[in-house]
Design a binder for this molecule. Structure first.
Ligand SMILES: [Zn+2]
Length: 221
């Protein structure tokens, strides 16, 4: 592309001089490339917007009006997969990839914070046919709700209405642990007794060791 390297002469190409470039032409090309990149970027955003509209029942003509924001009627499960290992490949579907999957919007959020932000967010709730507007409560409603909570606190188990019932789950885990401990103790005791009984009858130390080790499933009464 050099100006000075004019080909065609019989003596060959003059490549001894420093080559020069048509700066204007290249500036034009760079500009064009940047413009194209900007357009491509806009398309990605357009795709996002289009998908949002496709999920929105109002835009799809399924509803006439968005309802007010309603209270969630299910428990959010943020911890069930904590500490689990999972193999993720190239072809793993989105719903089984690492993170929190939103089946409504078909997207994965990488941590619980952004997942909560997402399910409490505008576009997710729009996809569910709700706007972010909240019904205005009257004084009577507030009073009734306070009364309801007061009654609940005095009558029922306080663990029950913790938002995610974490205390209940801790209690369950502790109870399970306690059961396991008792079971182990019982098995040990039984094994010991079996060993004592066995000494007189058979005196087979290997058999006793096996029974003591297993603890369960022996036909002994
Ligand atoms: Zn969502």
């Amino acid at each position: 592309m050099g100006k000075s390297s004019a080909p065609g002469s019989a003596a060959g190409v003059d490549n001894t001089a420093r080559r020069t470039w048509d700066k204007e032409e290249f500036a034009e090309r760079a500009e064009k490339r940047e413009q194209e990149a900007a357009e491509a970027e806009e398309t990605a955003l357009d795709i996002k917007k289009r998908k949002r509209l496709e999920r929105d029942p109002l835009h799809q003509g399924l509803i006439v009006e968005r309802s007010n924001l309603k209270v969630r009627d299910y428990q959010i499960d943020l911890t069930s997969r904590v500490g689990r290992s999972q193999v993720i490949g190239l072809n793993t579907p989105l719903s089984q990839q690492a993170g929190y999957y939103c089946s409504v919007c078909d997207c994965v959020l990488r941590d619980s914070q952004s997942y909560l932000d997402h399910i409490n967010g505008k576009y997710h709730n729009r996809a569910l046919g709700m706007s972010m507007a909240v019904e205005k409560s009257t004084v009577e409603q507030v009073k009734a709700r306070l009364q309801q909570h007061k009654q609940k606190a005095s009558t029922s188990n306080p663990e029950e209405y913790l938002p995610d019932g974490i205390d209940r789950r801790i209690a369950e885990a502790e109870a399970a642990e306690e059961r396991e401990r008792a079971e182990r103790k019982r098995a040990k005791k039984e094994a010991k007794r079996a060993a004592e009984e066995g000494e007189g009858e058979e005196g087979d130390p290997d058999m006793m060791a096996m029974m003591g080790f297993g603890g369960f499933g022996t036909s002994r009464k």
